[in-house]
Design a protein around this ligand. Structure first.
Ligand code: AMP
Ligand code: MG
Length: 384
């Protein structure tokens, strides 16, 4: 539905979090040779069934070129990472041997293939190592480095407009009046966008008037996507939905059965995805992660990652209003098994409670109370 982003080349050192736009091929087989993965002796596996004694005829360390072959009745001492010599098909771990002079005594037989990773078994030279659409995490950086991809072609960062609404909201660099509040949502949303390796574009704040909101939404629609905070509830000054309709937006949904965050607007407006998130700061952060993050991942050319829930045992009894799925700030601890304790909080405006939480505890909509020791799902916090 959305055109693929532009592409650009970046140094591998700058690729963390970026999305690969061109397949990276293997430059050779991996491993490039039959590799010993233990320190010990390279042997012919079949020999070890007939005799427990072998004669050691040489030594190979990682990086050496094997010159001699392992003939029947002999072995070669070998270190982890070295290439298996001709004739050998297994490694006997040093711990299972005793040596005196060049005679090696084995305390057990070893089957062919033992402690050896065959050439090309991890990756064959004809295959793609990393396919386009892959996001660079540490392991992808290692894979690209392994095949010598010093520069990689990635999708250009999407430009995401961030707009806060509310007459009471002032820039966080200024001193608020007695009944005003600083704009924390623009800051947290920008950080969440950056954590996805997209580019936040600050559109500031709109007053709770249709005219001001319209001007700022128009600016946002020139970008790749727009995220608005506040102004989506049912109050007299919640004007995001009517203004989006003025722009001819197709509203996909405007409420979700969760708390925090019941009013969440998702619309397609002039071909651009637009999100209206509730203004309460914890709601803004949580609904971004649940709804905006997957959308921005798709927009960035990546596969959306699943929400990776974990199970933990509840420490204290919990009771919540049924009918909604609750995401409560909570603290998980890992002992013999994971435990989770919901934190005291004052509701979805309580940013400070979120800073003490390392996960969200999920209370399903059909549960009014959950007893201690019951298993619940938790959603560990990532970089947000
Ligand atoms: P709203 O969704 O516009 O009704 O706002 C809900 C609550 O969130 C109100 O208490 C607002 O003052 C607060 N709020 C709205 N926008 C922001 C913002 N940008 N930063 C911090 N708090 C906000
Ligand atoms: Mg408001």
């Amino acid at each position: 539905m959305f055109a693929a982003p532009q592409t650009e080349s970046v140094a591998l050192a700058d690729a963390l979090g970026r999305v690969l736009a061109r397949d990276i091929p293997a430059d050779r087989d991996y491993p490039p040779f039959d590799r010993a993965i233990r320190d010990g002796y390279a042997v012919r596996g079949a020999d070890t069934y007939s005799s427990a004694t072998l004669r050691c005829v040489g030594e190979l360390k990682a990086g050496d070129t094997p010159t001699a072959a392992v003939e029947p009745g002999t072995c070669i001492q070998i270190m982890t990472g070295a290439a298996l010599p001709d004739g050998a098909d297994a490694v006997v771990m040093i711990e299972h041997t005793q040596r005196s002079g060049d005679i090696v005594q084995l305390d057990r037989a070893t089957k062919p293939g033992q402690h050896v990773v065959l050439r090309g078994s991890e990756q064959s030279a004809s295959q793609t190592v990393l396919g386009k659409g892959t996001r660079f995490l540490c392991s992808e950086i290692a894979a690209a480095a392994q095949v010598g991809a010093a520069a990689v072609t990635v999708y250009a960062k999407r430009r995401i407009g961030i707009l806060s609404t509310g007459d009471e909201v002032v820039d966080f660099t200024s001193v608020p009046g007695p009944f005003q509040i600083r704009n924390s949502n623009s800051a947290s949303l920008a950080a969440q966008v950056q954590a996805l390796q997209a580019e936040p574009i600050a559109l500031g704040r709109a007053n709770d008037t249709c005219d001001d909101l319209r001007d700022k939404v128009a600016a946002g629609l020139r970008l790749d996507a727009l995220v608005i905070s506040g102004g989506v509830s049912a109050g007299k000054y919640d004007l995001v939905e009517p203004v989006l309709r003025d722009f001819g937006a197709e509203l996909i949904f405007d409420a979700v059965a969760i708390r925090p965050g019941k009013p969440v607007v998702f619309a397609i407006c002039q071909g651009k995805p637009v999100f209206g998130l509730p203004g309460n700061p914890v709601s803004t952060m949580v609904t971004f992660d649940l709804f905006v993050r997957p959308a921005l991942e798709i927009l960035s050319g990546a596969e959306p990652g699943p929400l990776l829930f974990m199970e933990a045992a509840l420490v204290n009894r919990l009771s919540e209003k049924p009918g909604l799925t609750h995401f409560l700030p909570a603290k998980a601890e890992y002992g013999e098994h994971p435990l989770v304790t919901p934190l005291a909080w004052q509701g979805s405006g309580d940013i400070m409670a979120m800073t003490r939480a390392n996960c969200l505890l999920v209370v399903p909509p059909d549960r009014e109370t959950i007893e201690p020791n019951e298993r619940v799902l938790i959603l560990p916090r990532g970089l947000w």
